[in-house]
Design a protein around this ligand. Structure first.
Ligand code: MOS
Length: 752
């Protein structure tokens, strides 16, 4: 695997260095403590029981046997759990406030809305005893007819006013698509189908809860501690200031822990009921029924182009099941409608109320599916036009956001397309395709993009330098495996002028200054803005004290002439004149100095739009007789703005690309329509790429300077690495075999 990272010329500070993870040692030695590993005196263990029907009512509930089982402390059901105070409305966790995964809370009545819905919680002195007793809860149901897949509910489809918790309109239009399609020189009109997907982080969702009087502490596996805090507060009806949420380590998530599902509040209810700490960890199977999923979907795309291949019309419709409660669809039409210049556009979401839980964010939520439809259709358009697919993309690149008409704050899309093409050797793409024994070889490509989310509320951080010359910098961000703690250590060290070894970054605790949850590829940009602002303010405070202090060698100097190197404030051009942070603090009898920093939100009427762009290229080998597809190479070029840590950024992008391979060829959750249950709810049957599936992955960077997104120009790398991989692979399969597959995942039956 190869990577190129360019650092700004002349820059030798900590930002951008491929620093090893600051939490790496703790993670690989078992020193890192996850939410389900916190030792507490008197700890009890809770196990959930899920409904066995998709729709209906509980007709009888017998907990006698479970209650009598060894070690059982309590069995909670809708009859004795207690009522929630309010059911908060759906809101993305990005805002750092209330963010329930669905506007329904279980165990409040005898109604069943989806299979697996929590119906009982068994608490015992050990996990094994709780698990055993959970099988002794006897429940009977009156079952009613259910709808769980698109094919059962097609005739009930409706057009919602808005989707995605109300943030995305159900319909968007510009120009006149029907007329433009009629007048187009070439058109492509195709339907694409997508299996449901589940996130499957290695750490299953878990909460450990305990009360001290009226104060609640939750150790939670989450993408955002503040979101957990506010959601549980609303559900329990207590002030959020009485709840502390700690999430120092989160073992992967991919969106499963973005919204706050039911188990943190259930753990709090249970801990209150038994008067002891409660640990509630979902089983692997329960991860398929307890924290959302990427919905099954159908998308239809119609493209119209003029004879030179310039798009004149794009019509994009999506149909998908949502829960009985919420109008949720992942926003598949967004980025696909902003990728290329196109004057006439129509995007429409249609939903079916189904007996499943509310779907949720799953890595690259919407972009990954929408771009599969768009970029596969673009490949087909190129074929119709007799144009090279790369050339077709280059002809349609736009310097402005086609949706808002505003210029991109930075792009780099053309450079990514050209650079990625060089890396894969696009020039050797020839028709007819090459062969290697029984294998047909093909090359395919796709453009890639992911939104840059700005802050909904001020992003805050705190920086402190102690009299021993070390610093601690804090913000409530959670590291879900991205390396954000490491990157923020670098940002803090650079702004303070300290070596990284003397900086410690702390996150994952609601007692720390609030920043957005680790969602939407926004962590690096938003948290770095707060950390940079706080650390810069502290550096300025030190310099102001030094120049005002008669005892300082810098007394009387212009603060603008003072720079900090290795913790020493020195005069620019005269590095012998100055003093260290520690010296100043000791002379002034100060144990430490501290500053907070706050950044954003930027004005709503900003005259630009922001997007992270990239390009994906794939080389596949296909055995058309056996239906096998092997991805031999992936090459991606990305323009994510400032890279904070070359190693962790590359890892994020590489992981995204391999995840895209999984989306293309492996990942599918199958609904069993008779029971409304996910039929393959295990890591044995839900397939994800393993090392043997992972090809040679080439991650390349295109440098773009973005001066408007945030102070450091960071656009994020969490999800753009996945966008466009699946269509690049599908297009490569077409190049190799002539077969056009319009469904994900692409399996053996689609090839033979
Ligand atoms: Mo991520 S799918 O934006 O939580």
């Amino acid at each position: 695997m190869t990577t190129t990272t360019q650092r700004p010329k002349g820059h030798d500070g900590p930002i951008g260095r491929p620093l090893d993870r600051v939490d790496g040692h703790a993670k690989v030695t078992g020193g890192a403590r996850y939410a389900a590993e916190v030792p507490l005196p008197g700890l009890t263990h809770a196990v959930l029981v899920g409904a066995r029907v998709a729709h209906g009512r509980i007709t009888s509930l017998d907990t006698t046997e479970a209650e009598r089982a060894d070690g059982v402390v309590a069995v909670l059901t809708h009859q004795n759990l207690g009522k929630i105070a309010t059911q908060p409305r759906l809101l993305p966790s990005l805002a750092g406030s209330v963010a329930p995964g669905e506007t329904f809370f279980p165990m409040q009545s005898d109604e069943i809305h989806y299979a697996g819905q929590h119906v009982a919680l068994v608490v015992a002195d050990t996990y094994e005893r709780a698990l055993h007793a959970s099988h002794l809860v006897r429940i009977t149901y009156a079952e009613e007819p259910s709808v769980t897949v698109i094919d059962q509910g097609r005739d009930q489809a409706y057009e919602p006013e808005a989707i995605f918790a109300g943030f995305v309109p159900g319909r968007s239009e510009r120009g006149d698509v029907a007329t433009a399609l009629d007048g187009a020189a070439v058109t492509v009109d195709r339907t694409f189908t997508f299996a449901a997907n589940h996130h499957n982080p290695i750490e299953t969702s878990a909460t450990t809860a305990y009360w001290e009087g009226d104060r609640l502490t939750l150790h939670d596996a989450t993408q955002g501690v503040t979101a957990t805090q506010h959601t549980v507060a609303a559900l329990l009806g207590i002030p959020h200031t009485r709840i502390r949420v700690i999430g120092h380590y989160t073992g992967g998530s991919f969106g499963a822990k973005a919204m706050v599902w039911h188990h943190p509040a259930l753990a709090a209810f249970a801990a209150r009921a038994v008067g002891r700490p409660v640990r509630l960890a979902l089983t692997r199977e329960q991860m398929f029924f307890g924290c959302g999923h990427r919905e099954e979907q159908e998308q239809r795309i119609a493209l119209g182009a003029d004879a030179e291949g310039r798009l004149v019309a794009l019509r994009h419709h999506k149909l998908s099941p949502t829960s009985p409660f919420d109008h949720w669809a992942e926003p598949s039409l967004g980025v696909a409608g902003q990728m290329y210049a196109c004057p006439n556009y129509e995007g429409v979401y249609r939903l079916i109320h189904a007996h499943t839980m509310t779907p949720t964010f799953m890595r690259c939520p919407g972009e990954a599916t929408g771009l599969f439809a768009l970029e596969t259709a673009m490949d087909e358009l190129a074929e119709r036009l007799g144009l090279d697919p790369l050339e077709l993309r280059l002809r349609n690149c736009s310097d402005t956001d086609p949706a808002s008409g505003r210029p991109w704050s930075s792009s780099g899309l053309r450079e990514c397309l050209r650079q990625g093409a060089d890396r894969i050797g696009w020039a050797r793409r020839s028709a007819p395709p090459a062969e290697d024994g029984d294998w047909l070889i093909g090359l395919g490509m796709s453009a890639s993009a992911y939104p840059v989310y700005g802050p909904y509320n001020p992003q805050r951080a705190r920086a402190r330098v102690y009299a021993d010359g070390t610093a601690v910098v804090q913000a409530a961000v959670t590291d879900i495996g991205t390396g954000v703690l490491t990157a923020m250590t670098q940002v803090a060290a650079e702004a303070l002028g300290l070596p990284v070894e003397r900086c410690r970054f702390e996150g994952g605790d609601t007692d720390l200054p609030n920043v957005a949850a680790a969602v939407g590829s926004s962590g690096a940009g938003m948290v770095s803005a707060a950390v940079h602002t706080a650390a810069s303010a502290l550096r300025e405070q030190f310099v102001a004290r030094a120049v005002a202090d008669e005892g300082s060698p810098l007394h009387g100097a212009d603060p603008a002439d003072v720079v900090v190197r290795d913790g020493r404030m020195v005069l620019r051009g005269s590095p012998g004149t100055g003093e260290g942070y520690a010296e100043l603090l000791q002379r002034q009898f100060l144990p430490d100095l501290e500053a907070t920093g706050s950044w954003g939100p930027p004005p709503q009427d900003a005259p630009y739009a922001s997007m992270t762009f990239g390009a994906q290229f794939a080389e596949v080998a296909v055995d058309p007789v056996l239906g096998l597809v092997r991805v031999r190479r992936l090459a991606g070029a990305f323009a994510p703005g400032r890279v904070l840590n070359a190693k962790t950024a590359r890892s994020q992008l590489m992981g995204g690309m391999i995840w895209g391979l999984g989306q293309a060829l492996l990942e599918a959750t199958h609904m069993e329509p008779g029971t409304g249950r996910w039929a393959n709810a295990s890591l044995g049957e839900y397939l994800v790429p393993v090392n043997a599936d992972a090809p040679d992955v080439d991650v390349d960077f295109v440098e773009v300077a973005d001066t408007v997104v945030n102070p450091l120009g960071v656009k994020g790398v969490g999800e753009v690495g996945q966008a466009g991989v699946a269509p690049a692979i599908a297009n490569a399969i077409h190049h190799a075999t002539g077969r056009r597959v319009r469904k994900l995942p692409i399996t053996i039956e689609d090839i033979i």
